[in-house]
Design a protein around this ligand. Structure first.
Ligand SMILES: NC(=O)c1ccc[n+]([C@@H]2O[C@H](COP(=O)([O-])OP(=O)(O)OC[C@H]3O[C@@H](n4cnc5c(N)ncnc54)[C@H](O)[C@@H]3O)[C@@H](O)[C@H]2O)c1
Length: 276
């Protein structure tokens, strides 16, 4: 495990994205999958990284592997977010970049329970509202800060089978748009990562829905992290590691009924296969 002193040799170098490295960065849900890959990429570039996850063993192992600082805990509840922000500030001095990456996919169809809906709102949406409340005032005062949310293509389009996931991912993109529109003139950069399939545990757990996620070929978490790293250099709001999502998103906007008809055709195909 490293600390600020051990990483001091890289502070101030130029990063691959053209931005100065050595920033204080927090990545939530970094014990596995996408969060782990993003944290690894950032640490390799010389950023000072705090990794968080509910799974304490996993996040401690990641921290030891990449030279980051582990803060296990819940990155969704009000107290969990406050504890994480406090511990990260204590370690980093200041938080320059927040990767709100932790996310869940609970519940299927109209059978999704009240608990599935409540937990999905909490982790996929309210976690970001709670973090932004604590981070943005400091960034506005400094005139600089960056909030990156791992949303999903499901938040721009939809994900068949999972209304909890689709709805909450739409909601978090709505919140990110609001943040960007409100604070960009004060130096706050907001970015939303919207991938389709990425080969992680969440992808494995999707079962028969994997075919949908992998329709345009799933990425590895490392490929995803590389495209996120590149996007940090140009501040674009939508980070689309699967570029075809931009075309789907445009079609949805301009030919909404044709797009919904296409999605329903996919639904019928999946029903015939017994996947839904
Ligand atoms: N895998 C995909 O195909 C895919 C596609 C689009 C978007 N995403 C999004 O990417 C993000 C990461 O997903 P992943 O695929 O790496 O999944 P994953 O399940 O491999 O990893 C998610 C991590 O988040 C942690 N976590 C969950 N709730 C938490 C909480 N409240 N506090 C702290 N940590 C918590 C989990 O313990 C886990 O380690 C999610 O927001 C997900 O919705 C994934």
């Amino acid at each position: 495990m490293s600390d600020l002193g051990e990483r001091g040799d890289v502070v101030g170098h130029e990063s691959g994205s053209g931005l100065p490295s050595g920033r204080g960065v927090v990545v939530t849900g970094a014990g596995n999958g996408i969060g782990r890959a993003i944290a690894t990429r950032l640490a390799a570039a010389g950023e000072r990284v705090v990794v968080n996850d509910l799974d304490a063993d996993a996040v401690r192992a990641v921290a030891a592997e990449i030279g980051a600082h582990a803060v296990p805990g819940d990155a969704a509840s009000e107290t969990g977010v406050a504890d994480l922000v406090g511990a990260a500030r204590e370690h980093l001095g200041a938080i320059d970049v927040w990767f709100g990456n932790a996310g869940i996919d609970h519940g299927r169809g109209l059978d999704a329970s009240e608990v599935d809906w409540a937990r999905s709102w909490d982790v996929n949406v309210m976690a970001h509202v709670r973090a932004a409340r604590l981070l943005v005032p400091d960034w506005v005062e400094k005139g600089a800060g960056r909030y990156v949310v791992t949303a999903s293509a499901a938040g721009l389009l939809t994900m068949l089978g999972t209304p909890t996931y689709s709805t909450t991912k739409h909601a978090v993109i709505g919140f990110a748009e609001w943040l960007s529109a409100t604070y960009r003139h004060r130096g706050v950069v907001v970015q939303a990562i919207c991938p389709q399939g990425v080969r992680t545990r969440m992808f494995d757990d999707a079962g028969p829905l994997q075919e949908l996620l992998a329709h345009d070929s799933a990425l590895t978490p490392e490929q995803l992290a590389e495209s996120v790293w590149e996007a940090l250099g140009d501040n674009r709001f939508l980070i689309l590691p699967h570029p075809q999502v931009a075309d789907y998103y445009a079609t949805r906007a301009t030919h909404t009924d044709r797009w919904l008809g296409g999605m329903n055709k996919l639904q019928r195909g999946l029903e015939q296969q017994g996947a839904l």
